[in-house]
Design a binder for this molecule. Structure first.
Ligand SMILES: [Zn+2]
Length: 178
């Protein structure tokens, strides 16, 4: 008996796919990835992923879209912020080495065996999820948050500038007397 290989969490079966456009939908739990980076990023619930595969003559284009609820923290007041994050990522798979690599392509270009039976997208979905986390997170409906107080000030930028200047001066002073 042939030992069955464990199936990847997010895998597309390529065998039997003719040329054309195909959609695959996946639903799993953030815990299924067994990845601490996802947990730290705030993902703990259900993850939805959609992969659109365009199989062409000489290449295959895979467009990933992810959607998941994440538990984040406001950068300013540290209040919990729960929000839906949407990510997308596109990968070009070539069957042969391209003659001239296109340097201007934003998306990723990889090589794949023309006869590959399946395509494991687990790692790509994981990365798309991590990329969907915003750099800055602030409250949207918390009147106690500093964002709302700043809006009431006439020149909030100037206030911040003074704070920074003051900190810099303090830092210089500390270095001077070291
Ligand atoms: Zn806040």
């Amino acid at each position: 008996m042939v030992m069955s290989r464990e199936k990847a969490l997010i895998e597309i079966r390529l065998a039997g796919l003719s040329q054309g456009k195909f959609e695959f939908e996946f639903t799993c739990s953030a815990a299924d990835f067994a990845d601490s980076a996802l947990v730290e990023a705030g993902f703990s619930k259900e993850i939805s992923a959609k992969a659109t595969v365009e199989k062409l003559e000489g290449e295959m284009i895979v467009t990933l879209k992810t959607s998941a609820i994440a538990d984040l923290t406001c950068d300013l007041c540290l209040a919990p912020v729960t929000t839906e994050l949407n990510g997308s990522y596109r990968i070009y798979f070539g069957y042969e080495q391209p003659d001239e690599p296109d340097e201007e392509r934003d998306e990723e270009y990889r090589l794949i065996d023309r006869n590959a039976v399946s395509l494991d997208l687990t790692e790509d979905v994981r990365e798309t999820l991590l990329l969907s986390v915003p750099m800055k997170v602030t409250c949207t409906d918390n009147p106690d948050c500093r964002v709302f107080h700043q809006e009431e000030l006439d020149e909030p930028d100037e206030v911040n500038l003074h704070d920074t200047d003051w900190l810099e001066s303090l830092e210089k002073l500390k270095n001077k007397y070291r």
